[in-house]
Design a protein around this ligand. Sequence first.
Ligand code: THU
Length: 138
Amino acid sequence: MTEQELIAHAKQVMERAYAPYSGFQVGAALLAKSGAVYLGCNVENASYGATICAERAAISKAVSEGEREFCAIAIVCSTGQKAYPCGICLQVMSEFFPDGNVILEEQGHMEVFSVRQLLPAAFSFKGDPEMSAGVMIG
Ligand code: THU
């Protein structure tokens, strides 16, 4: 799977975006280490905050299918400009593939960033979930 092929997949799924409110369509193609590709588009909602971004749609699909390890994600948008992922999507990418790549394209020119480059100070949970689950209140 080449970067160009992954971009082509992202362009195809972008056509399925449900974006009646912003008119801004986004497509994402996520390459798992298994070799499988998972596609996602943005799915908007009348309650704007309920919208899901294309990147997280693709990641959720993949994780639901049992995938946890990823190489790269290609992202495109309907304006044809570089579709930099939002902060929430970068945080979700950092959870699963901080060393993976984000592949963007503008006017036929591809650019590749690492997830870490785009979100160098990602949040990570350092607490002990077992301890906090046992905390007594009052
Ligand atoms: N959007 C994405 O799909 N991915 C991003 O990383 C940023 C924004 C979508 C959400 C919404 O449907 C539209 O773009 C405008 O914000």
